[in-house]
Write a protein that binds this ligand. Sequence first.
Ligand SMILES: Nc1ncnc2c1ncn2[C@@H]1O[C@H](COP(=O)(O)OP(=O)(O)OP(=O)(O)O)[C@@H](O)[C@H]1O
Ligand SMILES: [Mg+2]
Length: 178
Amino acid sequence: MPIVLETKDLEKHFGGIAAVNRVSLQVEKGARHALIGPNGAGKTTVINLLTGVLRPSAGRILLEGEDITALEAYRRVRRGLARTFQINQLFLDLTPLEAVGLAISERMGTGGQWWRLVGTNPAVVEEIVEILERFHLTDAMHERTGNLPYGKQRLLEIALAFACRPAHRLLPPKPQAG
Ligand SMILES: Nc1ncnc2c1ncn2[C@@H]1O[C@H](COP(=O)(O)OP(=O)(O)OP(=O)(O)O)[C@@H](O)[C@H]1O
Ligand SMILES: [Mg+2]
């Protein structure tokens, strides 16, 4: 299988701490990997470097053979890289219905008018319903996200990553602080 995601001697230093020290990895198309290690090993920092939340101190990142080391995070999303966060990053005042609608509209390049599109475009409505069902959020779709139990919020976070229709997904396996 072709290599879709690759790092070469990736490094990130915070002051004197080498959080990531010369990491070279290759991810093949269709592969599933778990990044494991003790607290503070540098897992989240690697994901932050891959997704563009942080800039590396040294090294390179390639997505489908192209150097994305300096590319902004949102441009990486448009190239098919999606993630969830260890600590949920959700709009607490939106309902799951609204949040999924916003993610789909953003993917379609109409994020600025998402509130209009959600009700008027049958394809968008159909996709929202499908995603909410898939992630067991149908019952909760009209609830304020901030009022949902943590498990449902976690499902919504993953649903939003799927709504971007990414080619490559980076999902932390376990909910925890840090
Ligand atoms: N923004 C930051 N500023 C300074 N140091 C940081 C920063 N982010 C992470 N670190 C340090 O870098 C190291 C790696 O942290 P990181 O959060 O990547 O670990 P982790 O493997 O995700 O840990 P956990 O299992 O607890 O989530 C730790 O020593 C941490 O204290
Ligand atoms: Mg972490």
